[in-house]
Design a protein around this ligand. Structure first.
Ligand SMILES: Nc1ncnc2c1ncn2[C@@H]1O[C@H](COP(=O)(O)OP(=O)(O)OP(=O)(O)O)[C@@H](O)[C@H]1O
Ligand SMILES: [Mg+2]
Length: 369
């Protein structure tokens, strides 16, 4: 049931059918040139406290050998369980977490350095929307001050035109002039996140890192903020790196998806490839847990046994072997899985050959209604 006077008009809109099947939207005139290239990124933290923190080499492998690239104007989704290192990847890209080794190339420049060592132009190109807007907005600043800062810092408009520009930024996130004098304590969660998004887009970035930007919002506001992000992405021609543990949202938004388990990428590729067999057994479990409405048949949810290992004590061989329902034997416990190429940039890190995976997942995935 839909409470709406315009339901028939809405149904007749072209493209709605495809959207309702959660097809990821494609942007027109995509550039194939890579904006962001991450190679063998490692972010290790120290397990020690106090002085030993500086004396010993960091050994907590929170992000371990992660590589991916992101073309201009495209969206890469990063999914994985809580604690798998998603925010640490975003933090390293934004220069908020020091990189242990590896390389981050952004728009042809080296971004492997922490934020203090990045110049103004480098800061402008890459902006971030944080998971919790409460901690990312200065409570002492009004909305106008929050949005004026990037305009001044990156010299976006002349001072006399600042106020008009700030109002147009607010309008772009569907807030009006009346919000200018408010502080963050006078805003709802959704409004705070809109201001954060306006701030991220204020400086004219090429890439916006979105670290679970909607997870603290209720469902109706989530949809509004997601639509807003997509609209701004189209209007400003920016690329998005969208982090979430909600596979449905990632599927809807992303052109490509990277599935991360315990600090390593276990599967990466175009969205359609990720959501169809062959899957990495971990992706298979995540996909099987997506609730399906009105389908003819649905995948049986795979319940992963065992506790989630932490980066302090990672399993040997394949990191997923302690919980993998498709474990084949000691090879999984002793040897790191090879990268198997599924074509079109789709890579699965698993010991089971892709054809075998496809066969067992196609047969076992379909369950009687
Ligand atoms: N500065 C730090 N020192 C030590 N360990 C850290 C540090 N920062 C993060 N960690 C650890 O790194 C792991 C990954 O943290 P991260 O915040 O990247 O996870 P996440 O995937 O974003 O999780 P969530 O979905 O809950 O936000 C966690 O086990 C966390 O305890
Ligand atoms: Mg996080």
């Amino acid at each position: 049931m839909v409470r709406c006077f315009r339901w028939q008009t809405v149904l007749e809109q072209p493209g709605l059918a495809a959207r309702s099947e959660a097809q990821p939207p494609r942007l027109v005139e995509l550039s194939s040139e890579n904006l962001l290239v991450v190679q063998n990124l490692k972010v290790y933290f120290s397990q020690d406290a106090g002085f030993l923190r500086f004396a010993r080499k960091p050994s907590l492998k929170v992000v371990d050998d992660v590589s991916f690239s992101l073309p201009q104007q495209r969206t890469l989704g990063i999914v994985g369980e809580s604690g798998c290192g998603k925010s640490t990847i975003a933090g390293a890209l934004a220069g908020l977490k020091p990189v242990t080794s590896g390389e981050i190339q952004f728009a042809g420049s080296n971004y492997t350095y922490v934020i203090e060592r990045r110049n103004r132009e480098a800061l402008r190109g890459l902006q971030m929307v944080f998971q919790n807007p409460d901690s990312s907005l200065n409570p002492r600043h009004t909305v106008e001050e929050v949005l004026r800062r990037p305009l001044r810092c990156f010299k976006i408009v002349a001072r006399e035109k600042e106020r008009d520009h700030i109002i147009s930024l607010l309008n772009a996130v569907q807030l009006d002039e009346s919000y200018l004098e408010r502080r963050s304590s006078q805003l709802s969660g959704g409004e705070k996140q809109r201001v954060s998004i306006a701030r991220a887009f204020a400086g004219g970035p090429q890439l916006v890192l979105c670290d679970e930007p909607i997870s603290s919002l209720d469902v109706s506001v989530q949809a509004a903020v997601l639509n807003l992000l997509q609209k701004l992405q189209r209007e400003h021609n920016v690329a998005l790196l969208f982090i979430s543990h909600d596979l449905n949202i990632v599927r809807y938004l992303s052109d490509e998806v990277a599935v991360v388990y315990l600090g390593k990428v276990c599967e990466i590729g175009p969205t359609e490839a990720i959501f169809n067999p062959p899957y990495h057994p971990y992706t298979e479990a995540l996909v099987s847990a997506i609730p399906v409405i009105n389908s003819k048949g649905e995948m049986k949810a795979i319940r992963l046994e065992g506790s989630v290992p932490g980066p302090a004590n990672p399993p040997s061989g394949c990191l997923f072997h302690t919980r993998c329902p498709r474990k084949v034997g000691t090879i999984c416990e002793t040897q790191e899985p090879p990268a198997q190429n599924g074509g079109d940039g789709h890579t699965i890190y698993c010991h089971i050959p892709l054809e075998e995976l496809r066969e067992m997942q196609t047969v076992k995935a379909v369950v009687v209604q």
